[in-house]
Design a protein around this ligand. Structure first.
Ligand SMILES: NC(=O)c1ccc[n+]([C@@H]2O[C@H](COP(=O)([O-])OP(=O)(O)OC[C@H]3O[C@@H](n4cnc5c(N)ncnc54)[C@H](O)[C@@H]3O)[C@@H](O)[C@H]2O)c1
Length: 294
C-alpha cells in the first residue's frame, strides 16, 4: 500500500486525506494542533489514517507528500526543509499553496528538484482540477510523478508552463472576486443577488464550456473574432477597484446573509457538496468517492 504524508489537518488537508484514503493509500497526517485526534475522529472515521504531531516521523517512509499547512512562506520553508531531510530522494514534495511561488518555497532547499505545487480547488475530494506548477528547479520526473498520482486519484491535473504568483485559477478568481466586492461596495447589487446572478449565468456556463469556447459561440458562426469586433469593441468602460478600507462593509453583509460558525458552515458545505456531487457525472467528470465530511 502506498503511503502519503499529508501536512496540515485543516480544511484542505482533511479533504486530501479523505481522497487519498478512499483511493487505497495509507494516510499519515501531521499537524501540531492539540485537537488532532478529535478532528480525525470527526472527519476521517473509517479511513486508513495515522496521526502525528511530529512532521519528521510522519514523513519517514512516505511515497508522496502533500503539504497543506498555513499559507506563510516562512512556515512552508521550514516544513519543506524537514520534509527534504526525512524523505527518500525519489519522493515528490507537493504543496497545496494557493499562490506562493514554488521557487520561493524551494529557496535554499537541498531537495528543490522534488518540490512542486499541486494546487487543488476546495474541496479537493470533489473538485477535479489540480494545478501542477513547477519552479525553475523542479525536475521533469517530479512533475510527471505528481501528474500520475493526481490522475490515479481521478483528478484533472493541469501543468502550467511556468510559475506565476497565484497560478492561473487564483489570478482569475482574484480579478472576479475584486469586481464582486466593488459592485457590492458601490451599492449596485447585494451579496445574495450577486451570488444568484453568477450561479444563473457565468457559473452554469463555465461548468459546461470554458471562456474561449464561450467566446467562439458568442460570435455566432463567425466565431470569437466577430464577438471581439462587435460587442467587445463597445466594452470600453473602466471597471474600478474595491476600496480595501471598506472591506468590512462587505464582510458584514456576507456574514449577515450566510451566517457564521459551525452550523452555518456545515449547512453551506453540505449544500455545495451535494450540488457538486450531483453535477459532476452529468458534466463528464468521474464520480468522486462517497466519503462525507467537511
Ligand atoms: N482553503 C482553501 O480554499 C484552499 C484552496 C486551495 C489551496 N489551499 C491551500 O492549502 C493550504 C492549507 O489551507 P487551509 O485552508 O486548509 O488552512 P487551514 O488553516 O484550515 O489549515 C492549516 C493547518 O495547518 C496546521 N499547521 C500549522 N503549523 C503546522 C506545521 N508546522 N506542520 C503541520 N501542520 C501545521 C494548522 O494547525 C492547521 O490545521 C494553504 O497553503 C492554502 O493556500 C487552500
Amino acid at each position: 500500500m502506498s503511503v502519503v504524508t499529508i501536512v496540515g489537518a485543516g480544511v484542505i488537508g482533511l479533504s486530501w486525506a479523505r481522497l487519498f484514503g478512499s483511493a487505497g493509500w495509507q494516510v499519515r497526517i501531521s499537524d501540531p494542533r492539540p485537537d488532532l485526534t478529535d478532528v480525525a475522529d470527526q472527519h476521517l472515521a473509517g479511513l486508513p489514517v495515522t496521526l502525528s504531531a511530529d512532521l519528521a516521523a510522519a514523513a519517514d517512509g512516505a511515497d508522496f507528500v502533500q503539504e497543506a499547512g498555513p499559507e506563510r512562506i516562512e512556515i512552508k520553508e521550514q516544513m519543506f526543509a524537514t520534509l527534504a531531510a526525512h524523505t527518500r530522494d525519489d519522493v515528490v514534495l507537493a504543496s497545496s499553496s494557493s499562490s506562493l511561488l514554488p521557487s520561493a518555497i524551494a529557496k535554499g532547499n537541498p531537495a528543490a528538484e522534488r518540490i512542486v505545487i499541486g494546487h487543488p480547488f476546495n474541496p479537493p475530494e470533489l473538485m477535479p482540477l489540480v494545478e501542477v506548477v513547477p519552479g525553475p528547479h523542479t525536475s521533469a520526473s517530479t512533475v510527471d510523478r505528481a501528474i500520475d498520482v493526481y490522475k490515479e486519484l481521478h483528478k484533472l491535473p493541469i501543468r502550467l508552463r511556468k510559475e506565476i504568483p497565484g497560478f492561473v485559477g487564483n489570478r482569475l478568481q482574484k480579478v472576479f472576486n475584486d469586481q464582486c466586492t466593488y459592485l457590492v461596495q458601490q451599492g449596485v447589487i447585494d451579496v445574495a443577488d450577486l451570488d444568484d446572478l453568477v450561479r444563473a449565468s457565468l457559473g452554469l456556463r463555465w461548468a459546461t464550456i470554458g471562456p474561449f469556447q464561450s467566446g467562439t459561440l458568442g460570435g455566432g458562426p463567425q466565431g470569437m473574432r466577430h464577438l471581439v469586433a462587435h460587442i467587445g469593441s463597445q466594452m470600453t468602460f473602466e471597471i474600478g477597484a474595491p476600496d480595501p478600507a471598506r472591506m468590512d462593509d462587505v464582510l458584514d453583509a456576507v456574514e449577515s446573509t450566510y451566517g457564521t460558525g459551525e452550523s452555518a458552515y456545515q449547512e453551506l458545505a453540505d449544500l455545495r457538496d451535494n450540488r457538486t456531487r450531483a453535477a459532476l457525472q452529468p458534466l463528464g467528470w468521474p464520480q468522486p468517492p462517497d466519503v462525507r465530511g467537511t
